[in-house]
Write a protein that binds this ligand. Structure first.
Ligand code: PMP
Ligand code: GLN
Length: 380
């Protein structure tokens, strides 16, 4: 049998590779983004409470209504925007499924999709597997900013979608109000859908506001927002997320969603619906992670790494040009094997594997983990 791969250039994700290597070499794992501390015991109690016969069967296709109502409240509360839980919000199996579903619902052969690089790893394969053409635009380094003139010049009659991500993984930067206004202006009156990956929405630092597309009425009318509870409630393994979009877009989204997963874990949806009633579950998160960011930065301030600006997410990008000339992937592998510390190289998030001497470190870790990592980093 001859297999014609739909994704001939795609290998195993860098997160799987680096976490596997970290495990194999017993290294401190600051590579794949997940907390190494416990979730809130209240959340776990709720999961236990709802692990009963009433919720062992299918949930409603778009999600448990009580949870969709909580999501609508969260969006209204944070961004002053109204989404109808009945027709405009769908609970997904993590943001990954929300992003894939958005792309599969709207992208057909030959459609162009603009992505900004470095780009989170699930965007490009999802576009390609659906026959779309990826139009990468590099974020301007340093600062990882968008040149909106370049975006304007990249848009053609075939442009069907623009994928944005703020706070941004892997760079740890955030879009400004002005960025969103530029985007709104650029696509106004055009048949272009924005997919806005906002999984780190509650992790924006230094008193800044998260610029959700939900805040911009005209833009929101053409956008699908995707978010993940994994980040917000410190439970990445639950793979729970959601998508929010105007009714006409959500209708198409659900056509694909129902045949991709049909519905999402019933027990955990019930638990989340209760847990989110307490706003502090997400309102205090930025302070929590800003403290961790500051702590990590202080621990490595005497190292030879250069600290790149980090205004959101739980990732700190560091420049290692004062330490080594190696390619970032080589250094990441060597650090894991020889020094016992795993990080993520940034080049893998570019279609052209751009070398910038940058590594990404996840600081969603206990203080003691960050201390042990910093001890190693200060010896390099
Ligand atoms: N988008 C970004 C930018 C991410 O960092 C992640 C994973 N952390 C996802 C999407 C996927 O989220 P989930 O684990 O909920 O599928
Ligand atoms: N989003 C996580 C990160 O950026 C990884 C999730 C995954 O392994 N797919 O590290």
């Amino acid at each position: 049998m001859q297999i014609h791969s739909k994704l001939p250039h795609i290998g195993t994700s860098i997160f799987t590779v680096m976490s596997g290597l970290a495990k194999e070499h017993n290294a401190i794992n600051l590579s794949q983004g997940f907390p190494d501390f416990d979730s809130n015991p209240e959340l776990l109690e709720l999961a236990k409470k709802y692990t009963c016969n009433s919720f062992t069967q299918y949930a409603p296709m778009p999600g448990v209504l009580a949870l969709r109502e909580q999501i609508a409240l969260l969006i209204q509360n944070c961004y002053n925007a109204v989404y109808d839980p009945d027709t405009e919000i769908t609970v997904t199996a993590g943001a990954t499924q929300g992003i894939y579903t958005s792309i599969a619902a709207f992208i057909t052969k030959g459609d162009e999709v603009i992505v900004f690089e470095p780009a989170y790893d699930c965007y490009v394969p999802a576009i390609e597997v659906n026959g779309g053409i990826v139009k990468p635009i590099e974020l301007h380094y340093p600062g990882f900013t968008i040149n909106w003139n370049t975006v304007k010049n990249t848009i053609t009659d075939k442009t069907k979608m623009i994928l944005i991500n703020s706070p941004h993984n892997p760079s740890g930067t955030t879009l400004t109000e002005n960025d969103l206004l530029e985007l709104e202006k650029l696509i106004a009156g055009k048949n272009i859908i924005v997919v806005s990956d906002e999984v780190y929405e509650h992790m924006v630092f230094e008193g800044k506001q998260h610029q959700s597309v939900a805040r911009f009425k005209t833009l929101a009318a053409q956008s699908i927002i995707v978010s993940s509870f994994g980040k917000t409630i410190h439970a990445t393994g639950w793979k729970m997320g959601y998508a929010a979009a105007p009714k006409e877009l959500m209708q198409e989204f659900r056509k694909v969603h129902q045949f991709l997963v049909f519905c999402v874990n019933h027990t955990l949806q019930q638990a989340l619906a209760d847990y989110l009633k307490n706003e502090s579950t997400y309102k205090g998160l930025h302070q929590f992670y800003e403290t961790k960011r500051n702590y990590f930065q202080s621990l490595i301030s005497s190292s030879r790494f250069t600290i790149e600006p980090c205004t959101g997410t739980y990732f700190q990008v560091l420049n290692y040009k004062n330490i080594s000339d190696e390619a970032d992937i080589d250094l990441a592998v060597r650090l894991t094997k020889e020094k016992g510390l795993a990080a993520i190289p940034l080049s893998v998030f570019y279609t052209k594997k751009k070398q910038q001497h940058l590594l990404r470190f996840c600081f969603a870790k206990k203080e003691e983990t960050l201390q042990r990592a910093a001890e190693i980093m200060c010896t390099l």
